[in-house]
Design a protein around this ligand. Structure first.
Ligand code: HPA
Ligand code: ZN
Length: 349
């Protein structure tokens, strides 16, 4: 059993940046930086309701999830061609590689694009090609998770699944995102059952703004393997016990929670409480171009604001690989790389 070496607080930021990590909750459309939105808008002759990059960035003052989603869907309107999807994913994957993200399971929202007349094939092929190049050129293991938009109907989710099945080998699972309140997980019970029978991995956003009841139904009705966000679970002690007992991972996104006013003050975030209660929490960036930071900004700012320590960092790094959808041998290999970096930072190397 590896014992976490003592690492002084002033070396925590270095440790957090250097430690190998997996990202399990990142919407690829949320990695579109304002500069790329404008560049793609010009390339595709799509005009935006913002005068400049600065003007767009100014609009990133969110009060809740919906106020963000309205701008996020508008930003994605510049994506038309397969190369656009490739360029977006490649820009993110290069940043991930630079931040020691060795594995990433990226969400994409096909309905945001098919509703505008962009084909499923265009979306998936562009994203998939970037994943293949990431492994070959960056050494980053990358996979895709198709998300259904929960503000739309289950029937539309079924249609989306049918459109995606010719590309079944290009995505590893399905998720559920968009407006949470009023759209409980059980609305998608049948389509998740079908996905489970197809052997797809299952995840769902639950307990970001929604109540613990949504986390329960994501587990018991949808039978998901991970909960995206899940931070509202701390309001329900029985749910906390269930999550700990079944080692259900929560893909927590601290800067997202701060920017969408779930925890307006980062210092009040419950990440430490979730870890200390024995839950398999992880840290993720959600929509990094909109929320002020990629993985390492999430780690460094959250640790500084909440006073987490090297043992928390170790748990988060190990949890991220343990909760990922890679095989047991790959998990062991990544865990060894985590241990090696903790040892070398502790010894001052
Ligand atoms: N929550 C729900 N839907 C989303 C999010 C989120 O944080 N980001 C992109 N779509
Ligand atoms: Zn999300």
């Amino acid at each position: 059993m590896f014992s976490v070496p003592a690492i002084p607080t002033d070396r925590l930021p270095e440790l957090l940046r250097r430690m190998p990590k997996a990202e399990l909750h990142m919407h690829i459309e949320g990695s579109l930086e304002p500069e790329l939105i404008f560049a793609l808008g010009q390339r595709n002759h799509i005009s935006l309701p913002y005068a400049s990059v600065e003007d767009l960035r100014q609009a990133y003052a969110f009060t809740n999830l919906q106020s963000f989603l309205d701008i996020y869907y508008a930003g994605a309107s510049v994506l038309i061609h397969e190369q656009d999807f490739y360029d977006m994913a490649w820009a993110y994957l290069r940043k991930a590689a630079a931040e020691n993200v060795l594995r990433t399971e990226m969400f994409f929202d096909p309905q945001t694009h098919t509703a505008r007349g962009v084909s499923m094939e265009t979306v998936i092929k562009g994203l998939h090609r970037a994943c293949v190049d990431a492994q070959a050129q960056l050494g980053v293991s990358a996979a895709l998770i198709l998300c259904f938009l929960r503000h739309l109907s289950e029937e539309e989710a079924f249609e989306t699944l049918e459109q995606a099945l010719p590309f079944r080998d290009y995505f590893i699972g399905v998720g559920l995102d968009s407006s949470e309140l009023g759209h409980p997980p059980e609305k998608f019970a049948k389509v998740f059952e079908r996905c489970r029978n197809l052997g797809l991995h299952l995840v769902a956003h639950a307990g970001e703004e929604g109540p613990p009841a949504y986390v329960w139904s994501a587990l018991d009705v949808l039978k998901v393997e991970r909960i995206d966000h899940g931070v509202q679970s701390s309001k329900d002690p029985a749910l906390m016990q269930r999550l700990a007992k079944d080692r259900i991972a929560l893909t927590v996104c601290p800067l997202s929670n701060q920017k969408l006013c779930v925890f307006p003050n980062l210092g009040d975030h419950n990440l430490g409480a979730l870890l200390d209660a024995g839950l398999m929490a992880t840290v993720n960036s959600d929509d990094p171009a909109y929320f002020g930071g990629y993985m390492n900004a999430n780690f460094v700012q959250t640790f500084a604001a909440t006073g987490l320590n090297a043992a928390h960092a170790y748990a988060l790094a190990r949890n991220s690989f343990e909760a990922s959808f890679i095989d047991a041998a790959a998990k062991r290999a990544f865990a060894d790389r985590v241990d090696a970096v903790f040892e070398s930072v502790a010894s001052g190397v």
